[in-house]
Design a binder for this molecule. Sequence first.
Ligand code: FAD
Length: 396
Amino acid sequence: MTKVNDIVIIGAGQSGGWAAKTLRDSGFTGSVQLIGDESHLPYERPPLSKQVLLGEFEPGACQLWSSERLEELGIKAELGNHVELVDRRGGQVVCREGKSFRFDQLLLATGSRPRRLICEGGELAGVHYLRTIDDCMAIRASLGPDTRLVVVGGGWIGLEVAAGLRARGAHVTVLETSEHLCGRSLSPSLSKYFLEQHLRRGVDVRLGARLKRFVGKGRIQGVELDDGSMLDATVVLVGIGAIPNDELARSCGLEVGNGIVVDEHCRTSDPRIFACGDVSDQPLGEGRVRLESWKNAQDQGVAAAKAMLGIDSLARELPWFWSDQFDINFQLVGIVPPTAQQYRKANASENGFIDFFVQEGRLVAAAAINSPRELREAKRAIQKALPFCVDGLVLV
Ligand SMILES: Cc1cc2nc3c(=O)[nH]c(=O)nc-3n(C[C@H](O)[C@H](O)[C@H](O)COP(=O)(O)OP(=O)(O)OC[C@H]3O[C@@H](n4cnc5c(N)ncnc54)[C@H](O)[C@@H]3O)c2cc1C
């Protein structure tokens, strides 16, 4: 391998941050340039829809490492800079703000961004998206004692925000166009479970709802639906999914599918360029996936850094995701194939249960409600890939 002196990482988020640290932990002594367009050092986003939004944590609690620690590690963080060009032949990246950086190897860790809703009134103050610390603090600032929140989109971020604010007394409505909450990641029975939990705690969940427009004079006042009904609103959160920030990869001619196409070592179609985190389209089992999860961002950041140094990294962990809503801790391990059979085991002592997803006699995924210990055991069973016994379990 030709000697690598300069590594540039585009995207100073969770995955890029972990990659930078891993380069140093693995003994890389060349320059590590971490470029990010936010003004914050690398941080974790899950608390933004939970503790930070509710004022239980301040944003600093999400930060991965202090500026002193990054300095000690010799990681140069170039914040507030948006890379707008990757020159593969010349081996340099150029920022909109004017700076450019040369690289021997490049890592794209540009994450994803909220899908925008094109809708009348979408520009009104009080209509929010949630991705960054700045988004979170803007929502926090708009909350008050008489908050009437309308969440557009019944996905994970929307439901977490709905649960958190409802638990603090806000009037909350969730609008979902399909007939299922979190329909892309949950089976119908699990989706129904979350629906019941929200309804029971007073969230007004409307499935099959069609938004017509946002109404207000400068600031949001209401949300009109296609059926003519009008909901009062002081705050709106739009959470209708995320799209990968893969434009740089596209424009420099890398292979792109649902995100930047990488192999199991995070290598793109250019041997000098790697990609990790939400933006990557990676192989998993027989197919390919783009995972938007905390665990994947960290695992792939570490794996990408090691691959850049030519270190054989350990076998990848199973995909894992969690969500906290009200007093419910949900965890999902593995990928649920649409044809898997679902079996349930109650866990009476903790008011929870675990669902096992079985394909061709083997456990391939598990979803646990308030049952973290059982989930850990299921994870081991998935990894062992032994025949799975369903005796005593209830087919859902
Ligand atoms: C509100 C919220 C709650 C979440 N909760 C959970 C949860 O409970 N459980 C879970 O498993 N996952 C959760 N996630 C998902 C998890 O946080 C993400 O999967 C993870 O942050 C992805 O990390 P990343 O480094 O790939 O991307 P990011 O953390 O988004 O980092 C990418 C960075 O690159 C920057 N960037 C993009 N393009 C450029 C450019 N051209 N130049 C410079 N910089 C650029 C972006 O601005 C960003 O700062 C949540 C996400 C959000 C938003």
